[in-house]
Design a protein. Sequence first.
Length: 100
Amino acid sequence: MSDRLFVLSRADLRRRPRSASGTKLTESAPLQRRGGSRYRISVGQRFYRVGVQSIVWRVVAVYHDAQGLEHANLIDEARSLDGKTLAASVLLDRSRYRTV
């Protein structure tokens, strides 16, 4: 699975994020995980990819797509113009990403 990349300008970071349909993006509702425990991805949360601790990704927006799947827009804290979008299930998979 490859990560989708996107580039944000400083003006994009100042604007309130919107989905493709034009609705405002908001913090997400809790996501149900196996075992019944609840996890939540929220704006400002920080993650690193397992095996690559030198790059820290910060969540700038969380939204649900047309199918109801939760996604997070992330930016590299060191290089704020590098960004990507990941499904919440990928970020919450401890074999792929961990919180800082």
